[in-house]
Ligand binder design. Structure first.
Ligand SMILES: [Fe+2]
Ligand SMILES: [Fe+2]
Length: 248
C-alpha cells in the first residue's frame, strides 16, 4: 500500500478552459491521458492517491461530473483537497460532497483520512501573491499593502481549519501526520509561516503542496527538509504527471 500525490489537474471535460496561457506548453499537451496512463502503471487499488487541489474548471456539480468520473476511474482510493479554482466546492459543503461521493471520492477539509497509522490532514491554505513591485533589476522593492492585509485574514482562516483537522486526528489517537496544502506553505518572501509553525508544533512528517505550476513558479516556496519536516511540491506539470510516492 503506497501513498501518492499530485495536484493541479485542471480538468475540463465538462466545462470551458478559462486560463489558456497558464496551462499551455509542452507539459500540458494531453496531460489527462499521460496522467491516467502513469497512474495505471504505478498504482494499484490498494494505494491512496491524494489530488492536491485545482481539479476542475467546472463551476458546479454538473459541469464537474465528467471530471469526477475521470478521477473515479483512476486506480486507488482518491482523496481530494480544495484548490483555489475548485468553484464546485463551497467550504461549507464538504460534508455533503462526502455523502454524495461516499465510497469513491473523499473530500479533505475539517476532517482527516487514514493511511495506516498516519493521519492525512489538509486544507487549501493561502499565500500572498502580490502584486509585488520590482526595480529595474527585477528585485522586489515593495508590494500592495491592502492585498497583504487581505491575505493575512485568509491565512488565519486556513490555519484555523488546519488546526481543527489536526486536533480531530489527534483526538482519534493519531500521532503521525502528513499535511496537504493546495497553496505553498510560504509566499515568495517568507522562509517560514503559520503553516510551517503548525507543521512543527504537531510534528508533521511532511508538508505536501501544489498550486505552483508553470516553470517560473516551481521554486516559489520551500522544498526539502526544514526543521525535520519534508516539504514537497507536487503540481502535475512539475512532476511531469507522474504521481509522487509520499510514503511507500
Ligand atoms: Fe492550479
Ligand atoms: Fe491553485
Amino acid at each position: 500500500m503506497g501513498l501518492y500525490a499530485l495536484g493541479d489537474l485542471h480538468l475540463h471535460f465538462g466545462s470551458e478552459l478559462k486560463s489558456r496561457e497558464q496551462l499551455s506548453g509542452r507539459l500540458w499537451r494531453n496531460h489527462e491521458e499521460i496522467f491516467r496512463q502513469n497512474c495505471q502503471k504505478m498504482l494499484t487499488d490498494e494505494d491512496v492517491l491524494v489530488l492536491v487541489g485545482d481539479h476542475s474548471w467546472g463551476r458546479n456539480a454538473a459541469e464537474c461530473e465528467p471530471d469526477f468520473r475521470y478521477i473515479q476511474d483512476l486506480p486507488g482510493r482518491k482523496v481530494l483537497l480544495r484548490g483555489n479554482h475548485d468553484m464546485f466546492w463551497d467550504a461549507k459543503k464538504t460534508e455533503s460532497l462526502n455523502q454524495r461521493y461516499a465510497g469513491s471520492l473523499f473530500f479533505l477539509q475539517n476532517n482527516f483520512a487514514a493511511f495506516g497509522d498516519v493521519a492525512l490532514v489538509g486544507t487549501k491554505g493561502f499565500t500572498f501573491e502580490g502584486p509585488f513591485y520590482l526595480n529595474a533589476r527585477g528585485q522586489i522593492i515593495g508590494w500592495d499593502e491592502g492585498q497583504a492585509v487581505h491575505a493575512e485574514k485568509l491565512v488565519d482562516r486556513e490555519a484555523e481549519r488546519l488546526r481543527i483537522s489536526l486536533d480531530m486526528a489527534k483526538k482519534a489517537g493519531y500521532r503521525r501526520f502528513i499535511i496537504f496544502l493546495h497553496y505553498p506553505p510560504t509566499n515568495i518572501l517568507e522562509e517560514e509561516s503559520v503553516f510551517t509553525h503548525i507543521a512543527e508544533e504537531y510534528a508533521a512528517e511532511q508538508v505536501i503542496y501544489a498550486h505552483c505550476h508553470g516553470e517560473r513558479r516551481f521554486h516559489d516556496s520551500i522544498e526539502g527538509i526544514m526543521h525535520g519536516i519534508t516539504y514537497q511540491l507536487v503540481s502535475g506539470d512539475y512532476l511531469r504527471w507522474k504521481p509522487k510516492c509520499i510514503l511507500p
